[in-house]
Ligand binder design. Structure first.
Ligand code: SF4
Ligand code: SF4
Length: 215
């Protein structure tokens, strides 16, 4: 990881927020959000105050062209499918992706959902092809973490470097069985408690998922 060699990777938005905080004493109260996808009338970049309901943001962009098939906070691979447009903009809301039916059909696994049920109903068993292993940039064994998540063996998952997962979504993207590997990983992290949950785990908590729920 970059931090291991003393390097920090920061995006433009974070650097701008740092600049405002250090030079002007300005707290972080807003961020630039990209609103796009084939389900929105006008794709735009807008500076949005935290707490703004996504519904208001969609209206400011001309509204949805039809009932969105899926709303995603973030990109198609690392983003989170939202339960409704009432969810507010928060610090990590870099993008709101509004998928119409046709785009959703092309990317059925886009956006991780807090509810595994729909994916569990549609995904196939792991065939041990190893594709997820070959694409993992962190050198992990995603299929093994999946098995540990299924069997509740959280200690073994930790031993297999569960917390090194950067939630890039590459493993789930290439999986021929369409297993939502990242969601299983994120849920497993939540089991370790609120202080160690991942970026996805925190978002799952924001949108209403609780550790007591069972996969
Ligand atoms: S989401 Fe995690 S386990 Fe999957 S490929 Fe990315 S780093 Fe590896
Ligand atoms: S890519 Fe999917 S099917 Fe292949 S080993 Fe990984 S989890 Fe199993």
């Amino acid at each position: 990881m970059p931090i291991d060699i003393g390097v920090l990777c920061l995006n433009v938005g974070t650097l701008f927020a740092l600049h405002q905080a250090v030079t002007q004493g300005m707290p972080l109260i807003s961020r630039v959000v990209t609103i796009t996808g084939n389900g929105i009338a006008q794709s735009q970049n807008r500076e949005v105050l935290f707490g703004t309901p996504i519904e208001a943001l969609l209206q400011a962009c001309g509204g949805a062209t039809a009932e969105p098939a899926k709303l995603i906070m973030g990109g198609p691979m690392m983003g989170f499918a939202l339960p409704s447009a009432e969810v507010p903009i928060v610090k990590i809301s870099n993008c709101i992706l509004v998928l119409g039916e046709s785009q959703n059909e092309v990317m059925p696994l886009a956006g991780k959902t807090r509810n595994l049920t729909e994916h569990q109903a549609s995904h196939q068993p792991c065939i041990r092809c190893g594709d997820c292993v070959s694409v993992c940039p962190a050198g992990l064994l995603p299929q093994q973490l999946y098995w540990f998540a299924k069997s509740g063996e959280h200690g073994k998952a930790e031993h297999h470097h569960l917390f090194d997962c950067i939630e890039c979504g590459a493993c789930a993207y290439v999986c021929p069985s369409k297993i939502p590997l990242v969601q299983y990983t994120a849920r497993q992290r939540v089991k370790f408690g609120p202080n160690v949950v991942s970026r996805e785990g925190r978002m799952l908590l924001v949108i209403g998922w609780r550790p007591a729920m069972r996969a």
